[in-house]
Write a protein that binds this ligand. Structure first.
Ligand code: SF4
Ligand code: SF4
Length: 712
């Protein structure tokens, strides 16, 4: 021991201090813990950047659960087994047909909406939609939600999921028709909220994609008589013209050369013919019906007409089946036009059409092509070059279907998180106000700690509000489970919506995350943790009633800290193996019993809380000091905090150890230094060191100055 001494600058005292072997071991132990924790958190901070990259891989490894014929029969209430066929496009799912034809469609929320539960694991619900656009049934197929630890049963969740049967997707909120949306289960807000939103989103996407709902696609019903000029003026027909002289320049070196002149080298018109107002007016009823009648799901008809020297069709397509001069382009998508579904039109009935040389209809679609989004047709014009080979240039004609031919999508149910923020806006404001008040307290702490009675009144009032209003009324208790769920979500796909569903918790975490940077864990543990407040208030009462406090020897006290850090690391590590088991281990937190469920729980849980509170009567904040995994998680980044707000005197730990005995959580060591991982920022030590009736140093100074002033 004597040979092991090391000098370092004591940050709290600003003086060199000597480290004994034991202190050095503690110091290095803390450093290792800190480094390990930073590495752990590093995963968290790096992961968001990669979460999108990780997510597809994660998703690909887990296939949706496919419906059997028995399940499909049950979902659509059929007497006979139907045929269930998989369709990957336009929306992945299954088509269910019976002896009388189409029965409906089924899709998986995991496959369509990427539904991830509170556990960070897939939450797969099969949703059956009738041809009329109603949800026939919903069936929970897979989940890893901690429903048992939330105090729910599988029957509760099944009942909730079953409540979506009959919802009309044209009126999902049930304003005009259909049943009301099932109520969110309050003890499982996030899980049931994710189920609700994913069922509605999947059903809607499926219904639109399979053409069950009229919205969100091309208007194939409305018809108004319109001339070519009108259609071209509203850009339902798109037009481009390249003169002979322009083509001659762009095909320089071709043989024979393109003649000069203003006559068209090629003049092109294109239009999507599906809306009757466009197609029927251009093609006439008979040709229009022939063209659109042969379309498959997701296919549309493109009308192309041209005149001039250069043909848009060419002749190579007769051998290859591909119109090599034409390419459809939408974003990164490049689709060749083929003779599958090609129709040559000889005559157009529309009166004011220009004098056209060629008229064609092409069937296009699939491969992710969206006719309601802008696209372009490229015509490649080429001629033999004098020096051999070809010279060519590309004519691009852009096209966007005018808005009046695109139907508005059906109303979408407002996401649950928006509704909950609306419902809880007053509560959120009060929580934000508490956070603002706490910020002011901490910013102006020096004025507060010089007034012991004001500090005490402020603290007791704040802690009472935290316990009663924030904890018991608003259920605003942060938990290590949320830390684990957040870290898991970074790896499996982060969804803001999952966290936004609980506005109080979201607001609290927002403030705590920011506060950690400036003040460390104390912004939460010292002031905003309802269970922390409950422990401190009961201990204060016990002290008032004369209960003697137990002073845990510092060496033992430090070693007991290991329990909470180990518990946190164990819960985190276990969550990667089994979220369910991790959440069972997280029952070491008494928060759910004492705060969320207000002791209305089985006796073992209540007894556990009473034991902890009982221990806290003799050792202030016993649970915070040694057991709390959330406190450990919040304490780990404490060394990252930007400012050191708490003051020490050079005499602290040398001449006087009063603060050490008064500290709420034993965060001051025998040398008078404050451990930022443990400090909960209660400011008690600051009050003591500024009180000239309590602090021995100030008392001595007062004594020394008193006779002097008396003698003057
Ligand atoms: S240590 Fe745990 S119980 Fe104590 S105040 Fe912090 S979070 Fe709350
Ligand atoms: S007494 Fe001082 S060191 Fe102890 S928790 Fe309160 S502020 Fe932190």
């Amino acid at each position: 021991m004597t040979g092991f001494k090391k000098t370092r600058l004591d940050l709290n005292q600003g003086n060199p201090a000597i480290l004994t072997r034991q202190e050095a071991m503690n110091w290095f132990g803390a450093k290792q813990l800190f480094v390990a924790a930073i590495a752990l958190l590093g995963v968290g901070f790096v992961a968001p950047a990669h979460s999108q990259a990780l997510r597809p891989a994660f998703e690909q490894t887990i296939a949706p659960v496919a419906p059997t014929a028995q399940l499909a029969a049950q979902m659509f209430a059929l007497d006979a087994l139907p045929v269930v066929l998989r369709d990957d496009a336009p929306v992945p799912g299954w088509t269910v047909t019976g002896p009388d034809g189409l029965v409906g469609h089924i899709a998986s929320t995991w496959e369509v909406a990427g539904s991830v539960g509170y556990s960070g694991r897939p939450l797969d619900v099969l949703v059956a939609v009738e041809p009329e656009g109603r949800i026939a049934a919903a069936q929970l197929m897979r989940h890893s939600e901690p429903i048992l630890t939330l105090g729910l049963s599988d029957a509760d969740i099944e009942r909730f999921v079953g409540g979506f049967a009959g919802i009309d997707l044209m009126d999902p909120d049930g304003v005009k028709t259909g049943p009301d949306m099932p109520d969110i289960i309050s003890r499982a807000t996030v899980s049931t909220g994710v189920i609700r939103d994913s069922i509605l989103r999947t059903a809607r996407t499926l219904a639109i994609g399979r053409g069950l709902l009229p919205g969100g696609g091309i208007d194939r019903v409305g018809f108004d008589p319109a001339s070519w000029a009108v259609l071209q003026a509203e850009q339902a027909i798109s037009h481009i013209r390249v003169t002979l002289s322009e083509a001659r320049d762009r095909l320089a070196g071709s043989t024979p050369p393109v003649p000069t002149g203003d006559a068209p080298f090629v003049e092109l018109w294109i239009a999507l013919a599906d809306p009757p107002t466009i197609g029927r007016n251009i093609l006439g009823q008979q040709q229009y019906s022939r063209a659109v009648g042969a379309l498959g799901p997701g296919e549309v008809v493109l009308f192309v007409a041209s005149r001039g020297l250069y043909s848009h069709r060419g002749t190579a397509w007769r051998r290859s089946g591909v119109f090599d001069r034409l390419t459809l382009v939408q974003g990164q998508l490049r689709l060749p036009l083929t003779d599958a579904g090609y129709i040559r039109i000889d005559k157009l009935p529309i009166a004011d059409a220009p004098d056209l040389k060629e008229r064609s209809l092409f069937r296009i679609g699939g491969n992710g092509f969206d006719p309601t989004e802008p696209f372009a047709l490229e015509l490649t014009a080429s001629r033999p070059a004098a020096v051999g080979g070809d010279v060519s240039f590309v004519v691009t004609i852009p096209y966007a279907l005018p808005g009046r031919y695109v139907l508005a999508p059906p109303p979408e149910a407002a996401p649950l998180w928006r509704q909950t923020w609306e419902d809880k806006k007053v509560a959120v404001v009060t929580v934000a106000a508490m956070q603002v008040l706490l910020t002011l307290i901490l910013l102006f702490q020096e004025s507060l700690v010089r007034r012991p009675r004001l500090w005490r009144a402020t603290r007791l009032t704040f802690l009472s509000v935290t316990l009663v209003w924030l904890g018991w009324v608003l259920n605003g208790q942060l938990s290590v489970v949320q830390v684990i769920a957040f870290l898991q979500s970074l790896l499996t796909g982060f969804h803001w919506e999952t966290f936004l569903i609980e506005p109080i918790i979201f607001t609290l975490w927002g403030g705590v995350a920011l506060g950690l940077l400036f003040w460390g864990r104390g912004v939460f543990c010292g002031w905003l943790c309802p269970f922390g407040a409950l422990q401190e208030l009961t201990n204060q009462l016990a002290q008032k009633l004369g209960v003697r406090q137990i002073a845990v020897p510092h060496a033992l006290h430090e070693r007991l800290w290991i329990i909470k850090y180990t518990l946190f690391v164990a819960i985190l590590a276990l969550s990667f193996y089994s979220m369910k088991d991790a959440l069972i281990l997280a029952e070491a937190e008494p928060f759910k019993t004492a705060i969320s469920m207000r002791m209305m729980r089985g006796w073992p849980f209540v007894l556990f809380v009473l034991v902890l509170l009982g221990a806290g009567l003799f050792i202030e904040r016993f649970y915070c000091r040694y057991l709390c995994p959330l406190g450990a998680a919040l304490g780990i980044p404490a060394k990252l905090k930007v400012f050191d707000w708490l003051h020490r005197r050079p005499q602290c730990g040398r001449e006087c150890r009063l603060c050490e005995t008064k500290c709420t959580v034993g965060a001051i060591d025998p040398l008078g230094r404050i451990n930022p991982n443990e400090c909960v920022l209660c400011l008690r030590c600051q009050v003591v060191m500024n009180d000239d009736n309590t602090c021995p140093v100030l008392k001595r100074r007062k004594r020394q100055t008193a006779p002097a002033s008396a003698s003057t």
